[in-house]
Design a protein around this ligand. Structure first.
Ligand code: SF4
Length: 298
């Protein structure tokens, strides 16, 4: 219902309101935005810069091709965004194959984790790298572009199987789970996906339109389709679902016990938190990948 300039103004005002309401971060803090080349993360970076936040970017090169040259193309969109902002933004780039010795699909093939779908290897690696870069470069906050559709689908999936650990940890802002780690924030969590697509179009942000080729058939996409059907029948249901969950959790202390009982240890190899009493899953996985690569070279 708004014209282009007023829509942009509305998105900016709303984002600012959410950042303040949920105490995500302040203008004095340094924010690291995880950018994938998709509309949500580039829109988030654009909004934070327009609002005057100290926001830098992090791009993780996963080495995914899938017939689309997916990772290289995604990187191109990120560089294009930086070019359109005058070229003087700070971007940290981590090429997984260069640093750890194998791309995400190769690592998945070399381990037993997801031979067909590399998503568990990918998720584990992205979480580790985001924490590491934020810690190594002294960022206060790690911001991601999750929108309402993402949040509702994840909440739906976690509720279906009563995944207490995940339900305890899902929210628009999460304090650091370990000393030295950055707080995590999702400033776009109350915007619909279509609103972010509209924002990108109005602001002239070119973005990677294709989904990751490994996302085809993902359960989250099925949940999104189901929730879209519910939204057509009951407009606003996604927002209610997410907001009422957050309200109920806060008002009734739901899952507080789960959070308290979650015992975290420090990985002796990388220093990041882990539920394992010893080396974390990320370090163990990459040790296995490199051992297998060594065996193949012999
Ligand atoms: Fe990684 Fe692609 Fe799976 Fe997403 S869909 S977790 S980017 S492999």
């Amino acid at each position: 219902a708004l014209c282009g300039p007023h829509f942009v103004e509305w998105v900016h005002k709303q984002t600012e309101r959410f950042i303040e309401k949920y105490a995500m971060f302040t203008r004095d803090e340094r924010v690291l935005v995880a950018v994938s080349g998709g509309k949500d993360s580039l829109a988030l970076w654009d909004i934070l810069l327009a609002l005057g936040y100290r926001a830098d970017g992090l791009y993780i090169g996963l080495g995914i091709d899938g017939g689309l040259n997916y990772s290289d193309e995604s990187h191109r969109y990120v560089m294009d965004f930086i070019g359109k902002h005058g070229g003087n933004l700070t971007l940290h780039t981590v090429d997984v194959a260069e640093i750890y010795g194998a791309s995400i699909p190769e690592a998945a093939r070399l381990t037993r984790r997801g031979r067909d779908k590399p998503c568990s290897v990918c998720g584990l690696s992205k979480r580790h790298i985001m924490n590491r870069v934020a810690r190594d470069h002294g960022y206060d906050v790690l911001a991601t572009g999750h929108n309402l559709d993402d949040e509702a689908a994840v909440l739906f999936g976690n509720t279906l199987v009563w995944s207490m650990d995940y339900l305890a940890r899902q929210g628009p802002v999460m304090p650091p789970s370990h000393p030295g780690l950055a707080r995590k924030a999702k400033p776009l969590f109350r915007f619909y996906e279509r609103e972010m697509a509209a924002y990108a179009v109005v602001r002239g942000i070119d973005y990677m339109y294709d989904e990751c080729p490994h996302a085809i058939g993902a359960t989250t996409i099925r949940y999104k389709e189901l929730l879209n059907q519910l939204e057509v029948a009951s407009p606003g249901i996604k927002l209610q679902f997410v907001l009422r969950f957050l309200k109920a959790r806060q008002a009734h202390g739901l899952f507080a016990q789960v959070r308290e009982q979650l015992e975290l240890h420090t990985c002796p190899t990388c220093g990041q938190p882990t539920t394992n009493d010893g080396v974390c899953s990320f370090c163990r996985m990459w040790e296995r990948v490199n051992a297998r690569r060594g065996e193949r070279m012999l």
